[in-house]
Write a protein that binds this ligand. Sequence first.
Ligand code: AMP
Length: 400
Amino acid sequence: MRNLSTLGQLESKRVLLRCDLNVPIDNGVISDDGRIRASLPTIKYLIDQGAKVIICSHLGRPDGARVEKYSLRQIAKRLSELLDQPVSFSKDCVGREASNQVSILENKDVLLLENLRFHAAETSDSETERHDFAADLAELADVYVGDGFGVLHRKQASVYEIASLLPAAAGYLVEKELSVLEQLVRSDSHPYTVVLGGSKVSDKLGVISALLPRVDNLLIGGGMVFTFLAALGHKVGKSLLEESQIDTVKGYLEQAKSLGVNIVLPTDIVMASTFSADAEHLEAQVDELEQTSFGASGIGLDIGPVSAGVFADIISTSKLCFWNGPMGVFEFASFSKGTRSVAEALTKVQGLGVVGGGDSAAAVRALGFEDRAFGHISTGGGASLEYLEGKSLPGLEVLA
Ligand code: AMP
């Protein structure tokens, strides 16, 4: 992979930096600025080099329309605070407005361009449209730096096509994320534990089959656990269930047995009367999920306390641990305990404990954990999973 040093002298150069500043915003307030902070090392390096720094990113899914709530203007303010220097803003990411803003940049100045996805061409299926849009972006700069780790698995104009139009290199965030992922793929540290949760088992099939031969323990929680429990013959009430995946899951359970992998499923579950924050709830054994007072209409919304303790013991005594996906509906306080136990245990790993991006990263911050408590918090859930699955990431291919 080409790194920043391959770009040579950057003083006075216009550098187009693709970041992933797609942060959660609630009612106009950034609720987690992790991705902005993770982008700072490369931005600061470019400033130190005396470059004119032009940052582009997406925010949300405006689908090619100008949607004010997805404007990056709100990010410029936070970025400026974190950098402790002014950050100018261009109301469009291409065209006259953008080139005017670029033309007045001095060395060490930082400009943030408006949301790339206000233009449908950024994510278009048409290669020509993407290429033409990338060419418009390329006009603004002399070199390109790809540092949007969370979008590397996307074949999009500002991630993929652009890198063939300008001298290009990967930024520090991409380098750091990859070095952690490489350890997860190649390290010989044991015990190696992978913890998977979240809503859908179908999103995690690739990573399960790629990692099964490498790990000692595979712990399953979250909504996806009910497909595993159903595969073992348990009744799961109205809990999340992907019936079409039951046979695949049975195959994994068999494979794990023959590989000697310890697949650990919860033995108790927090069952709720409805899917809501203030739902009535109680703990039940996995073979009695339909025998609570909620009958067959109960919904499993978290792993139970006994299981949370078992998971925590296995995690905290691991040397290498990767966790992706909350253990329950952590957004509701009553169903966040399993996720909290897993997060706490991950901070105790005597080796490398990795939070695999997306909802797990949001969960640990929402539950009040400090970033530095973990070995690494990835900024890209989808990109991390695809890398661990062994898929090639388009945004990385072009920086090879
Ligand atoms: P994912 O995007 O697949 O990682 O899923 C994250 C989402 O899974 C979170 O919003 C959780 O609320 C949700 N989730 C976790 N456990 C459960 C469960 N038992 N039932 C329904 N949703 C769940």
